[in-house]
Design a protein around this ligand. Structure first.
Ligand code: PAF
Length: 287
């Protein structure tokens, strides 16, 4: 059975032993309830590192007061089986008290990139993400860490943090994994009723249409946004939080598709907030 470490000390001891043997270490930070999207990160990490640590921690500091912290799905047994079968060596599954002991009051915060997209509707989110991810980097000290492109803003924020704070590791972004019908895999898909699950397809339909438009040479960001919004508006169960086109590095909105860009959306299907996106270079080639 794969080892599940609950304390920082256990993880440090294990990583120290691996380092003594000269082994490289990869980290896959997750909030658990693992699906094929996470599995693709773990598989890539296993292919590129001698040992892989998967953290499973539903991080309270990245949830706002009215968000789904309490109901966020959890299944450690399933997660452990998936990690083991994919080749990970260790799961780090701390308690909230282990990560945030009494008196905790140090945070990692970021300007600019976190003030757009999900940062607007989730004001404390990226402070929580940056704080927990930098803690995980300090605890595990990996050579590489793996993040999904589905959370494209998170990936850009983490890359920026690593550059700005001189963190000594490589960040690897991995492509979105989709269901056969196009829906991006997400632990939150489990919240959807059968009717909502069908309605949720409007996100990927809208993403694919936007992508096609850009591939065919559209350079006006507003036209892309309008096309994507009109597709979402055709679904009565969908309510748009945002649909935006931003510079891939700075996350600031751009009028022209004249540089690498991210087209991103957050859409409520009933009470469930889902995100999806595509990234592209200027001229419609794949990012
Ligand atoms: O992407 C996630 O699951 C989380 O935001 C992360 C990176 C594990 C931090 O809690």
């Amino acid at each position: 059975m794969i080892t599940i470490a609950e304390t920082v000390a256990e993880v440090r001891e294990q990583v120290k032993a691996w380092r003594k043997e000269g082994l490289s270490v990869g980290l896959v930070p997750t909030m658990g309830y693992l699906h094929e999207g996470h599995q693709s990160l773990i598989a890539r990490a296993c292919a590129e590192n001698d040992r892989v640590v998967v953290s499973v921690f539903v991080n309270p500091t990245q949830f706002g007061p009215n968000e789904d912290l309490a109901s966020y799905p959890r299944d450690l047994k399933h997660d452990a089986a998936l990690c083991e079968e994919t080749g990970a060596a260790l799961i780090f599954h701390p308690t909230p008290e282990e990560m945030y002991p009494n008196g905790f009051c140090s945070y990692v915060d970021m300007d600019v990139l976190t003030k757009e997209l999900c940062g607007l509707s989730r004001p404390v989110h990226f402070r929580g993400v940056c704080t927990v991810v930098s803690k995980l980097f300090h605890i595990v000290q990996p050579d590489r860490a793996y993040f999904g492109e589905k959370d494209a803003q998170q990936l850009a924020v983490i890359r920026r943090m690593v550059t700005d704070l001189n963190m000594n590791l490589q960040i690897v972004g991995c492509p979105i994994v989709r269901e056969a019908d196009g829906l991006a895999k997400s632990s939150r898909n489990t919240y959807l009723s059968p009717e909502e699950r069908k309605a949720a397809l409007v996100l990927s339909r809208s993403i694919f249409a936007g992508k096609k438009l850009a591939e065919f040479g559209e350079t006006d960001a507003q036209k892309l946004v309008d096309t994507m919004k009109s597709i979402i508006a055709s679904e009565p169960l969908a309510k748009i939080d945002y649909v935006k086109v931003v510079d891939l590095m700075t996350m600031q909105q751009i009028p022209k598709l004249d540089r690498p860009f991210l087209a991103a959306m957050a859409v409520y299907i009933g009470k469930t907030r889902l995100i999806d996106n595509f990234m592209m270079n200027a001229g419609g080639t794949a990012e």
